[in-house]
Design a protein around this ligand. Sequence first.
Ligand SMILES: [Zn+2]
Length: 174
Amino acid sequence: MTTHTDTGTPTTYSARPVPPSALAQLRVADDAGRACVPYTAVEGGDPLRCCLRLSVPGESIALVSYAPLRRWAAETGAEPGAYDEQGPVFVHAAECGGPAPSEEYPFARAGALRALRRYDTAGRIVGGRLLEIPEATGEGFDQAFAEAFADPAVALVHVRAVEYGCFHFEVRRP
Ligand SMILES: [Zn+2]
């Protein structure tokens, strides 16, 4: 079961970046209502949710507050209510091309800890799990997503960094 995203990613499940329409708004004011403040990445290594890769030194980036479930709900008509959350994500400060085709899941460093939080079609949390990314990073994610979507109630999964709790990317039911 291999699907292809519009970015050409040949992973089993599609890692979705922050969509261009949301990025255009976030680059003005973020989901917390704060103005976007661009700065230059000095060391690089910031996980960019627009391009699903790490920043490199010299790039103009911004840390903005993003509400992934609210954005998804606006598309689908769901009403997540109290499950709505927002948190910090790095993005390019100006329009970018989005993710390049990749054969790997984003930010998939072996040994890193991720929380995979599951949501139903109403936007309610229906469980989740901790994933320590194994050496075979693709297989590790594939298995964890397969396990999540084995529950017919699960519509989408948010992948988050455990230490910062910040949103990395979204995977929807294929
Ligand atoms: Zn970008």
